[in-house]
Design a protein around this ligand. Sequence first.
Ligand SMILES: [Zn+2]
Length: 576
Amino acid sequence: MRAMIDYLIEAADPQAHRYRVTLKLPRPEATQRLSLPVWIPGSYMVREFSRHLSRLQARQGTRDCRVEPLDKCHWQVACEGAQTLVISYEVYAFDTSVRTAFLDDRRGFFNGTSLCLRAEGREAQPHRLRIGALPKGWQVATAMPPSGRRHEYLCADYDELVDHPVELGSFWRGEFRVRGVPHEFVVAGAWPGFDGPRLLADARRICEAQVTFWHGRGKPPVTRYVFLLNAVDDGYGGLEHRASTALLCARRQLPRQGVAEAGDGYVTLLGLISHEYFHTWNVKRLKPRDFARIDFGRENYTRLLWFFEGFTSYYDDLLLRRAGLIDAPRYLRLLSKTVSGVLATPGRKQQSVAESSFDAWIKYYRSDENTPNATISYYAKGSLVALALDLRLRAAGASLDQVMRQLWVGAAGGPIDEADIANALRQAAGRALDQELADWVHGTEDLPLQNLLAQAGVAWHADPADLAAELGLRVSEGALSGVHVKSVLRGSAAERAGINAGDELLAIDGWRLRRLDEARSWIQPGRPFELTLVRDQRLRSVRVAPAAARPGGVQLKLDDKATPAALALRREWLGV
Ligand SMILES: [Zn+2]
């Protein structure tokens, strides 16, 4: 048997949120280097996981080995001879997000990127992971390949080890099959009355629609898939992995027994499930050439997140529609939100989605009050680029579906770059779409969505702006908390008046504000007014002169008076 790199993970001190990890490394180098990733693939930000690692010790037999830190995430150990090196350390784990690790007396969760030190030079060897004794009643759920022994798992290499998150605790679990492939669904934290069978049935329809999308009647590229969903009081997010996904939702988003209607929260959760499952193909296998080899020690840049995240975002809701889980008007309501959000973001004129992809590490993931002015989301605008391309292709008798499948087959489910995307588009359209890519992906002009949607039997209705949108403000507000400015949009009336992010807005023309839009009841449309605000404990007053009306949101609706050609295109696209 080949030398196995072996990890023992113990939920050593749940009350103190500490895991104990013991790593056994046979035949170490004389100077053995170890490192911990600084990021987790799928979440493009340097997070310095080593800040939660402590009490790092090393031994060979009874001999202590000297451990020397080299930088924030590398250590070297002085070894003597080939005797197995035993490294032990603790990891503090109290983050409920899907990106790191968590442990308390009810539940544990971890990604290997947070817990498993990497033995440098040995990454390509087989890695074994064992889970130590657990509190009574706890179970383990993971897509990591089991060894056949209880709570023991075997991975081909380090990359695989850290691409299978692990859930620990007493949780709900169910299973369904897609083309004979088992899919497990684990839900931690659900309240009584949670409708598990409903969630399983709906998730299964999503998975079936996606496998059909990529493979027709074929099988998915996994032998087993696991959904790890943690339900909390408040939270939302997901992270994709090669054969599983870690999901986080608010408890109220879960389906409830006896409630047939799918509320907005539940549809959002289904969209998340669809999004992460789609990544099984788009980013975990079909991936940017820049990610062909992951460097865990630093940022890994790509200009293609508009494709891997944006196109995945386009298909997540569209496939809910194809799976029959939402109707076309509801699909268009979801799409309206995305279109409205992009149009309300001045940063779309500053940054292309290719630039936004590249800068994800310092911009998208590090948002602040200036983010809407300086950046555009590669998720939101990327999904609209997909929509625009799909509608253009459909007008030429093709579709974006063909492009995705062509890419999958052409790259054999492997790395691609932008030239491959351009080629696949050319093949499907029968002509190059290079100008569209230049304008929509590398440019900052608005996409011609209104026209493209009209040609697809969808009418575009502009919503009137509320007062915040008209003034160019993003606020958080509530009857008790008051009105607080989160962002002041570039070129807006609010910016000209000197309103700042962080200001608390108290009154307009001497009348107390509880919600900004209330002031519509007493101000004259288009006329200047006096705004009283608090900044850094001090009251001050500014004069606000509303400019020409800024656009509000957009409502997209089925247009049954569209031309027969438009209605035919819509039937192909949305099934109505
Ligand atoms: Zn994603």
